[in-house]
Design a protein around this ligand. Structure first.
Ligand SMILES: [Cu+2]
Length: 135
């Protein structure tokens, strides 16, 4: 009897873990979050993997500490490969809705890349490096 209860307990625990795994909030693709300098910033991939020599895009959201969207944020995004010297490519950024920006760039090689976001808001510079994969 005791053994059976233990099995039921284990099954319930497993069930709870599976439920948690499927229901926890998660970004669809890679996402990097930053909080500091009075800002909350997120950079997320728009697809699961970028393709070499094709446009790839990222969604950047910028909010203040209170969660209010920061419109017209001064920023740039440079795409490059960490530890390589194969070039730096500036992404084109457009604000698609208040505080939400779309950045588009073209990675030139396969491998591990970073999108380095530099925000110039509130009189200081915040830098957020978001890693992504190019296939
Ligand atoms: Cu490279």
């Amino acid at each position: 009897m005791k053994k059976r209860l233990a099995w039921i307990g284990a099954a319930l625990a497993l069930f709870a873990i599976v439920l948690w795994l499927f229901n926890r909030p998660q970004a669809a693709y890679g996402m990097t979050a930053f909080e500091g300098d009075g800002l909350r910033v997120q950079i997320a991939d728009s697809s699961d993997a970028a393709k070499v020599m094709e446009e790839t895009s990222f969604t950047v959201s910028v909010n203040d500490k209170a969660g209010k969207p920061v419109s017209g944020a001064k920023m740039n995004i440079i795409l490059s490969m960490p530890n390589m010297f194969c070039g730096e490519y500036e992404a084109t950024i457009t604000e698609t809705s208040p505080g939400v920006y779309r950045a588009v760039g073209v990675p030139t090689m396969r491998g591990k890349w970073q999108a380095k976001l530099t925000l110039s808001e509130n009189g200081h510079k915040s830098v957020v490096a978001h890693l992504f994969k190019v296939v």
